[in-house]
Design a protein around this ligand. Structure first.
Ligand code: PNS
Length: 172
């Protein structure tokens, strides 16, 4: 039996948080190659994303540089459109890694994992427990705080905090 060499860490990353970076680091700890896959997510929850696909990819690359993660061999960031299972197949990745923060994540993640297993039975879903320090951190919480003028510098990389500041300063 072959071991999985390459996994995908997918997400909308609108924007990337320190919780996401923690999951990416854990995935790289477990597997030699990690592709961070930024989904187009044109209508997540019926609404568009705050940042464009290109902005979200750029922020992720910048954040990984900033935190020294991209100096680890075997990590790349790519955008994708369409089904995650198709993207994994194109890359030849054998698994999908996602972080679980709380029970509330579980039902949603289980449903996605079941669907992906139905679409691609060979693709493994792997879950890592998020660092408890980031249990309450999500992109939507970060956007909400930043839009209300709160400091988010302990929740996101410096480049993301700056981007959020710029975004909501223009909006206000
Ligand atoms: O960070 P998110 O928004 O929880 O990530 C969700 C994501 C992007 C992983 C999921 O929506 C996804 O896989 N989208 C691609 C389209 C797809 O494959 N849909 C079927 C599985 S839900």
């Amino acid at each position: 039996m072959n071991h999985i060499q390459h996994v995908v860490v997918p997400g909308t990353f609108d924007p990337v948080t320190l919780g996401h970076i923690d999951v990416i680091n854990r995935a790289r700890h477990l597997f030699p190659r990690v592709t961070v896959a930024v989904a187009e997510s044109r209508s997540k929850n019926g609404v568009g994303t705050t940042f464009t696909l290109e902005e979200r990819v750029d922020l992720l690359r910048e954040a990984l540089d900033e935190l020294g993660v991209s100096s680890l061999a075997g990590i790349q960031v790519l955008p994708f459109r369409g089904l995650l299972v198709d993207f994994c197949r194109e890359l030849g990745a054998g698994g999908v890694v996602k972080g679980l923060r709380a029970m509330t994540d579980f039902e949603y993640e289980l449903q996605q994992a079941d669907l992906n297993a139905h679409l691609a039975p060979d693709l493994e879903s792997v879950f890592v427990m998020s660092n408890p320090g980031y249990g309450y951190v999500s992109s939507s919480i970060v956007r909400e705080l930043a839009s209300l003028g709160s400091d988010v510098s302990t929740l996101v990389p410096v480049c993301v905090a700056a981007k959020l500041h710029e975004h909501y300063a223009v909006e206000r």
